[in-house]
Design a protein around this ligand. Structure first.
Ligand code: HEM
Length: 484
């Protein structure tokens, strides 16, 4: 659920806050030098301007393949862990892999997920990303069960392939495509089918997609609930999506469909049979899955295509892997879970694209207690931002970190706690395997059927901090087979 995670989007949100704080001045009551009872010091750093602190610098756009000048300058001045004032709160920023791991692993005990309030307004208080304690545990356990029964189901795998072939089929007479747009179309079609059982051509799917786009725009807008603002439109779009989902739930109940059995076809059907979640929680779960399964997965596809477009050796090796897999199958035979397991080089390509592309730059936490770690003191109540991209680009952890080199994963542990593109601990992304599966299957057909070149050599992913390709990753494509 990178989009929200990356909600660094807060530059705009902050501006909204600033307007409000005009009427209710915020006084920073600490001097920032700290000093715990043990004599340890709050990390060195700067608190920046009153109220706004250093938020604008922190959120300044930069290529997502780099740390950005704010973090680079602060790390060289103060070290990998420093204090700041961000998103209206005193904050400890961590670019230290060990501290990041400690923060993620101590969720609920020393730290807690803490996304800014306006996000709650849009996602709702039952969203997994903002829920804590028992509610979070129940929602998460449902998510993990659903993913584990879904990921290897032939029907799900076939749906992914069908959606991939549909998008790639539309390229047949094209020599130029806007990849990000098609990637979004693909991931939306896959997730809406998997979650609600809807196909792309149904009017309901189109209405949900339309509301969804409005909803996503609201996530990156000023949080002012005034009719007509993107924020207000997003809240209303969420309400419309909710009522569509509610009516689908009702129809299913009336048709007696709901429950967990071998033929259950989508998340909703399985959810309806769960008695550990209330209806509102089920609804929120559906929205989380749609949101989580859409933008971040399509971004990973774009990253993979972007980096493979620049590395002919990786392109050829990945293509060979998929040709081998295809050669052992009958003509038009669908891909299986076993085939996915054989895509070893593709896994390395995806890891490397996640490492270099940094889809989720940081996550939001707060300290529940006074915390001491590696000689630092983090006061209770402070915001804590583990910067996930910092470890990815750290030359002490990855040789030549700026180089896209999938082969490095031959010796790196791909499941290491040091590599956290999907977060970690009890908040680790429950959808990561689904995302990788979708990307790998799409890539299978893409590599077997097309070659591509990035149209604009200057094109690169930019962290705004939510990552985007400026021109939507325009590709020159050339078909290299007769696609069925
Ligand atoms: C490349 C694709 C993806 C990336 C990079 C990604 C990244 C992340 C990250 C970093 C977190 C942790 C947030 C935190 O610690 O605050 C997260 C959480 C989450 N993701 Fe993903 N995600 C991806 C795909 C998906 C998919 C496909 C789904 C659902 C189908 C999904 C659903 C979620 C949910 C529900 C959470 C909240 C988990 C919790 O708080 O327990 N994500 N994701």
């Amino acid at each position: 659920m990178g989009i929200i995670v990356v909600v660094g989007l807060f530059m705009l949100l902050l501006l909204g806050f600033l307007a409000l704080s005009h009427f209710k001045p915020l006084i920073i009551k600490y001097d920032g030098s700290g000093g715990g009872s043990s004599g340890l010091l709050i990390p060195d750093g700067s608190l920046g301007w009153p109220v706004i602190g250093e938020t604008l610098g922190f959120l300044e756009p930069h290529p997502s393949t780099s740390l950005g000048s704010f973090l680079q300058n602060h790390c060289s001045k103060y070290g990998k862990v420093f204090k700041s004032h961000l998103f209206l709160a005193p904050t400890v920023v961590s670019c230290d892999q060990e501290l990041n791991c400690f923060i993620l692993q101590n969720e609920g005990a020393l730290f807690e997920c803490s996304y800014p309030k306006p996000i709650h307004g849009i996602l709702g208080k039952l969203s997994m990303l903002v829920a804590v304690g028992d509610t979070h545990r129940r929602l998460r356990s449902a998510a993990l069960s659903l993913v584990s029964v879904t990921k290897s189901k032939p029907q799900f795998l076939n749906d992914i392939e069908r959606a991939a072939l549909e998008v790639l089929g539309s390229w047949r007479n094209e020599d130029r495509v806007l990849f990000c747009e098609d990637a979004r179309k693909f991931t939306f079609n896959v997730i809406v089918k998997q979650v609600l059982g809807l196909t792309p051509d149904e009017p309901r799917t189109r209405a949900i997609l339309h509301d969804f786009v409005t909803f996503m725009r609201g996530l990156v807008s000023i949080p002012l609930y005034i009719p007509g603002t993107p924020y207000a439109r997003a809240v209303q779009a969420r309400q419309r999506i909710s009522s569509s989902v509610r009516s689908i739930m009702e129809e299913r109940r009336q048709a007696g469909r709901g429950g967990w059995n071998a033929t259950s076809s989508d998340f909703l059907e399985i959810l309806l049979g769960m008695d550990t979640l209330s209806d509102d929680e089920k609804l929120s779960f559906i929205l989380d899955s749609l949101l989580g399964g859409y933008e971040t997965t399509s971004l990973l596809m774009s990253m993979v295509v972007y980096f493979l477009g620049q590395s002919s050796a990786a392109f050829e090796q990945a293509k060979l892997e998929h040709q081998r897999i295809r050669s052992r199958k009958k003509e038009d035979e669908c891909l299986s879970w076993d085939d996915y397991k054989k895509m070893e080089f593709t896994q390395k390509v995806m890891n490397e694209a996640l490492r270099c592309g940094n889809i989720v730059k940081f996550v939001h936490r707060k300290a529940l207690k006074d915390v001491r770690f590696k000689g630092f003191y983090i006061p209770r109540g402070w915001k804590v931002l583990p910067v996930l991209s910092a470890a990815n680009l750290d030359p002490t952890l990855h040789a030549n970190p700026l180089q896209f080199h999938p082969w490095r994963w031959e010796s790196h542990d791909q499941t290491s706690k040091k590599f956290t593109p999907f977060g970690g601990g009890s908040r680790c992304c429950p959808g990561f395997e689904l995302a990788k599966l979708e990307v790998a299957f799409f890539l299978h057909h893409l590599l077997l059927n097309f070659r591509w070149k990035i149209e604009d050599e200057e094109e690169q992913p930019i962290a705004y901090p939510y990552v985007e390709f400026k021109t939507g990753l325009a590709l020159r494509v050339e078909s290299c087979s007769n696609m069925s």
